[in-house]
Design a protein around this ligand. Structure first.
Ligand code: GRF
Length: 199
């Protein structure tokens, strides 16, 4: 199966996918990496793995919708079976969702529907929850609102800072991402209402 991975940052989740794809039994290949900015470690990781990449910055386009079309066209060139947002910090628009909304997954560093948005660990810490985690879900038009594929829990420790909690989440988040992306592409899936099932 063909994966296109979208990134904005350090790319530890991307790296976990690249590593998993080394094993033919995993059943997937990262065929391209897309980003919304340059100068990020994710793009170096793609290059080191010999995977092509493309960058579309919102500010280089006159309107958000034109950026969205460019992103959609670049992703489409690689004919992905699944598009994975792995720390991609942009909300895609209607064109993208029209093209890939049935196969676009995102990983979030909190237990949705709690703490959506870009500060999942910080918000969980501030709220004072004792358990948080990571959620893999299909992206819809909202902010972290789509049908949930899988979740994993992580304890919040009394002396946690945003950094220590984020790192504890990322360790299990990577494993969940690799595990479930593999299952989705090897087994296929159905979505009935909000219920995601592998076949
Ligand atoms: C992940 O924890 C993701 O949930 C959040 O940003 C992190 C991405 O890290 N949105 P990386 O770029 O994969 O290292």
């Amino acid at each position: 199966a063909r994966l296109v991975v979208l990134v904005s940052g350090s790319g530890s989740n991307l790296q976990a996918l690249l590593d998993a794809c080394q094993d033919p039994a995993y059943g997937a290949q990262v065929v391209a990496v897309g980003a919304d900015r340059d100068g990020i470690a994710s793009l170096d990781r793609a290059a080191a793995a010999g995977v092509p990449s493309f960058v579309h910055k919102v500010k280089d386009y006159p309107e958000r919708i034109v950026w969205d079309r460019a992103l959609t066209a670049s992703v489409a060139e690689y004919r992905p079976d699944l598009v994975v947002s792995a720390g991609f910090l942009k909300l895609v628009g209607e064109d993208f969702l029209h093209a890939f909304g049935d196969r676009y997954v995102n990983t979030h560093n909190a237990l949705l529907p709690s703490f959506p948005g870009i500060h999942g660990p910080r918000d969980a810490l501030e709220y004072g929850v004792k358990v948080t985690g990571a959620t893999l879900f299909f992206v819809d038009g909202g902010v972290d609102t789509g049908p949930i594929i899988a979740q994993v829990t992580v304890p919040v420790e009394d002396d946690d800072t945003e950094d220590t909690l984020s790192e504890r989440i990322k360790e299990v988040e990577r494993r969940q991402l690799v595990d479930w992306v593999g299952r989705l592409v090897r087994d296929g899936w159905t979505i009935t209402g909000r219920k995601v099932r592998t076949k």
